[in-house]
Design a protein around this ligand. Structure first.
Ligand code: PLP
Length: 378
């Protein structure tokens, strides 16, 4: 029978990163540095809180946006840790940052509205924008040390621009936006009817004291949406839980989508998430900082061109000098050198590959030895 499906769904493919990772995983003997998730485990204090909640039969429908104590814990955490001030009626506990991104874009976009996505970027932004019938507009940053210039931003804005997504620290570059960059973005956007979605899922993994987020510009409180996640800081990727922060009036509309799509985040997670917010992430951050220094040093000694990251757990390595597109390069490196990195094309930027250092010291050493051997063989 000739049945048609939603054209937006038909227009989007499965994640290229996942497909490449599957290829890498099925390559016998390959050492993978592809995955963007902590190799550490969820802290016991968090797991125990969920176990206790189950034993206490906290297994019924919770309030749609989260239990009041959960929303308050998020507000307290953001105020204390980041000096970011939101009220409980400005929070939604979501199914990971991914639902936060989807729910927000669905709530704010009309068909044909444009979303500016500085590239390289987390590939979900483009797909989710298309699924919400918006139009992704890439704003390339690789020629500007992965910073957004005022001129480039102004040139990307049209009467159809509805939102911009800012990711700092960034996936895949690990770079953070400088204060000058943020000031420039603020000057361009402060009087414009454009939403600013601040994806801050790597905010706990910053390796400099000189860090500021765009969400700090609270004069734009009515247009800023902060997207957060428990996945990375507390090694909780499989739990699928995050939150978003938005001005109460806007949050009230975003919650419509959230309630009809997922109803709520799971009830018995919420004591666990509260315990996570109260836990100390310093030890994890220091582990990643040590790995970053080791990996950066090795890549530079190999003669590779990479900008030293100041956050997250990725490095975006320039491979233009090898004269191959990133998919060809990474596929050859996987097959011939038995080491897997993610091609830059999956982040919207050719000529690069992403290394994740969410791996043990031994795996990182092995992976880097193999990269070195492979590039010497070219
Ligand atoms: N935002 C960025 C920048 C990410 O890198 C990721 C995951 O890799 C997400 C959002 C999704 O996070 P979650 O696991 O909370 O859905």
């Amino acid at each position: 029978m000739d049945l048609t499906l939603n054209s937006a769904v038909m227009g989007v493919e499965l994640s290229g990163i996942r497909q490449f990772t599957m290829l890498a995983k099925s390559t016998p003997g390959a050492c993978l540095l592809t995955i963007g998730e902590p190799d550490l485990n969820t802290p016991d204090i968090v797991k125990n809180a969920a176990k206790k909640a189950l034993d206490d039969n906290d297994t019924h429908y919770p309030p749609g946006n989260g239990y009041p104590y959960m929303l308050q814990a998020i507000c307290d955490f953001e105020a204390k840790r980041h000096n970011l001030h939101y009220n409980p009626d400005e929070v939604i506990l979501t199914i990971g940052a991914t639902e936060g991104l989807f729910t927000t874009l669905f709530a704010i976009l009309n068909p044909g509205d444009e979303v500016i996505i500085p590239t390289p970027a987390f590939s979900l932004y483009e797909s989710i924008t298309q699924l919400c019938r918006g139009v992704p507009v890439a704003l390339p940053t690789e020629k500007n040390h992965f910073q957004i210039s005022k001129e480039a931003l102004e040139a990307a804005i049209t009467p159809k621009t509805k939102a911009i997504i800012l990711t700092s620290p960034n996936n895949p570059t690990g770079c953070i936006y400088t204060k000058e960059t943020l000031k420039g973005i603020h000057e361009v956007l402060k009087d414009k009817p454009i939403f600013v979605m601040c994806d801050e899922v790597y905010r706990e993994f910053v390796y400099t004291d000189n860090f500021k987020c765009f969400s700090d510009y609270q004069d734009m409180h009515d247009r800023i949406i902060v997207i957060q996640s428990f996945s990375k800081p507390y090694a909780m990727t499989g739990w699928r839980v995050g939150y978003l922060l938005a001005d109460a009036k806007l949050r009230d509309r975003i919650q419509i989508m959230h309630q009809y799509d997922v109803v709520s985040a799971p009830s018995f997670y919420q004591p666990a998430c509260t315990a996570a917010l109260a836990s100390d992430t310093t030890a994890a951050r220091e582990i990643y900082r040590g790995r970053k220094e080791y990996v950066y040093d090795r890549l530079i000694k190999m003669g590779l061109d990479v900008q030293e990251p100041e956050g997250a757990f990725y490095m975006f390595i320039n491979i233009e000098k090898f004269g191959m597109d990133s998919l060809t390069f990474c596929t050859r490196m996987l097959k011939e050198g038995l080491v897997g990195l993610v091609p830059g094309c999956y982040f919207g930027t050719e000529g690069y590959m992403r290394l994740s250092y969410c791996y043990s010291d031994a795996d990182l050493k092995e992976g880097l030895d193999r990269i070195e051997k492979f590039i010497k063989s070219l």
